[in-house]
Ligand binder design. Structure first.
Ligand code: F6R
Length: 247
């Protein structure tokens, strides 16, 4: 299903409330909430609202375990462009999550250790009972996570090569495309698909044409987000601008 909100602020608040409702319902059962998280500009409003809810309503994140979708490779966790820093600044530093419960792909590994790392990332998710909720943005290549065009629907966590358009879109953060890493570690399409609920968010006119392809286009590896049409558990949440090309 597709839900269109008047603006991204209202939409982000709805998504944040879905997340805290999940956290609280798990707390009542004495269980953990297992969340799949995204970076980029799209989820920033959701994270801001989660921080507000934590501070003003006192909802605790002590029972929350998180797995981020991706990280650039190579990337130091202390580098300002790292997704580790992004997550700390936008969310983790402002809530009471136990940092031992936070998982982000490791951009510092020697290349020969990446394969085992990726398998253990998948295994940890599975051993915890799987992701309760995965949130996603969408890249202009149609990527989800960093599953660029050509990604297989059953792909797992792995090292990938970033699309040129993705690197161009990231160039501002890095002060030039030549400084953007050429690779990343990302959860696979198959990893994402196992989540019990998936919410893909998109805001702004800039995303309108890729959203049209993702939601209404033929399912194909050329636009990996089209695979989401195959899942019963996906909701596309967008603002009016991102929805403007939908029929
Ligand atoms: C980020 C991620 C990417 C972004 C996508 C959109 O963890 O996995 O798929 O969601 O590139 O980025 P923004 O939100 O910056 O437009």
């Amino acid at each position: 299903p597709v839900t269109v909100y008047a603006n991204q602020d209202i939409a982000s608040k709805k998504v944040a409330r879905r997340i805290t409702d999940l956290i609280v319902s798990k707390q009542l059962k004495g269980e953990n909430a297992i969340l799949g998280l995204a970076t980029g500009v799209t989820p920033i409003g959701v994270y801001r609202e989660l921080v507000r809810i934590h501070k003003e309503e006192g909802i605790s994140f002590k029972n929350v375990i998180t797995f981020n979708l991706d990280e650039y490779f190579p990337m130091k966790p202390t580098s300002p462009q790292s997704y580790v820093i992004f997550m700390k600044e936008n969310l983790f530093n402002h809530i009471d999550i136990n940092m031992d419960n936070v998982h982000i792909p490791d951009g510092t590994l020697p290349i020969e250790e990446i394969h085992d790392f990726c398998l253990s990332y998948e295994r940890k998710i599975t051993e915890l009972g799987g992701l309760d909720l995965q949130i996603l943005g969408i890249g202009r290549t149609g990527h989800i996570g960093f599953n660029e065009p050509g990604s297989a629907p059953n792909s797992g966590t792995r090292l990938v090569t970033l699309d040129d358009l993705t690197r161009r879109d990231a160039s501002r953060d890095f002060g030039g495309k030549e400084n953007v890493p050429t690779k990343a570690i990302t959860m696979g399409i198959g990893t994402i698909f196992k989540a019990r609920e998936i919410i893909l968010m998109a805001w702004n006119q800039k995303k309108a044409s890729i959203i049209k392809k993702a939601v209404e286009g033929e399912i194909s590896a050329e636009v990996p987000a089209t695979y989401l049409q195959l899942s019963e558990n996906v909701e596309f949440i967008m603002d009016q601008d991102a929805a403007s090309e939908l029929t």
